[in-house]
Design a protein around this ligand. Structure first.
Ligand code: DX5
Ligand code: ZN
Length: 218
C-alpha cells in the first residue's frame, strides 16, 4: 500500500459509436493510462481494431497510450504503432522468437517497451528480460475478449513477479489485465501490481468515472 496506483481503462469495452465521448471521459478521469487492445484474429480468436481507431483515440486524449498487441509477428508493425501515437508498445512473449531483441527495438523507436504473458506461461520466462522491459503485462484471462472472469491463480503470479523485479532491482512496472473490477482490484494491487487494466468494469458501469475511483481505491 501507499505505492502509486495506475488504472488503464480498456477501450475494447468502450462504445465505438461514441468513441470520442468515451475517450474524453477517460481523459478527464483519474485514470492515467488508456489501454488499447489490438487483435489480429490469428494470435487470438478475435479481431478488434487497428491504426485508424488508435489515431482517433490519440486525438481525443493526451494520456499515456498503453498499446497491447495480441498479434503474430508484432515487430512488423511496431513502428506504425509508434507513429499512430503509442507511448508503450507491449508485445506477447509467445508471439516473438527473440523477445529481448524485440524489446530493445521498441525502445529504439523512442517509446516504452512491454512484454506480456498468457495465463499458462510461467513468469520464469521473464528472467533475463526484465532489463529490457519497462512493463510486464500479466494476463489474468485468456487474451481475446473483454468481460471475462479473473483467473484466481493470477494473484500468485503477480506476487512471484514482484519478487523477481524487486530482486532484479529494475524499475519494470507490473501491469495486470483481465477481469479486474472494484471487488478484486485491491487484491491485485496488494499482490504487487503497479497498473491494472479494466474494460467491462469501467465502461459497463453507470458512472465510469466513479467506477475508476472505486477501482483505484479498492
Ligand atoms: C483481453 C484484453 C483485455 C480486456 C480487459 O484480451 O487484453 O485488455 O479488454 O477487459 P476486461 O477488464 O473486461 O476483462
Ligand atoms: Zn489488454
Amino acid at each position: 500500500m501507499g505505492k502509486h496506483r495506475i488504472l488503464s481503462p480498456s477501450m475494447l469495452s468502450a462504445d465505438f459509436g461514441n468513441l470520442e465521448r468515451d475517450t474524453r471521459l477517460v481523459d478527464e478521469s483519474a485514470a492515467e493510462w488508456v489501454h488499447i487492445d489490438v487483435m489480429d484474429g490469428v494470435f487470438v480468436p478475435n479481431i478488434s481494431f487497428g491504426f485508424p481507431v488508435l489515431k482517433a483515440i490519440r486525438q481525443a486524449t493526451r494520456k499515456f497510450l498503453d498499446v497491447h498487441l495480441m498479434i503474430t509477428r508484432p515487430m512488423r508493425y511496431a513502428e506504425r504503432f509508434v507513429r499512430a501515437g503509442s507511448d508503450l508498445v507491449t508485445i506477447h512473449f509467445e508471439a516473438v522468437d527473440d523477445p529481448a531483441a524485440a524489446l530493445r527495438e521498441i525502445r529504439g523507436l523512442g517509446v516504452k517497451s512491454g512484454i506480456s504473458i498468457k495465463p499458462a506461461t510461467p513468469v520464469s520466462v521473464l528472467e533475463g528480460l526484465l532489463e529490457y522491459a519497462d512493463v510486464v503485462l500479466l494476463m489474468s484471462v485468456e487474451p481475446g475478449f473483454g468481460g471475462q472472469s479473473y483467473i484466481e491463480g493470477s494473484t500468485r503470479k503477480i506476487m512471484e513477479l514482484r519478487r523477481m523485479t524487486d530482486a532484479a532491482g529494475t524499475s519494470t512496472l507490473i501491469e495486470v489485465d483481465g477481469g479486474i473490477n472494484a471487488s478484486n482490484a485491491g487484491e491485485v494491487f496488494r499482490a504487487g501490481a503497479d497498473v491494472v487494466v479494466a474494460g467491462y468494469a469501467v465502461f459497463g458501469a453507470d458512472d465510469p468515472a466513479g467506477e475508476i475511483l472505486k477501482i483505484l481505491n479498492a
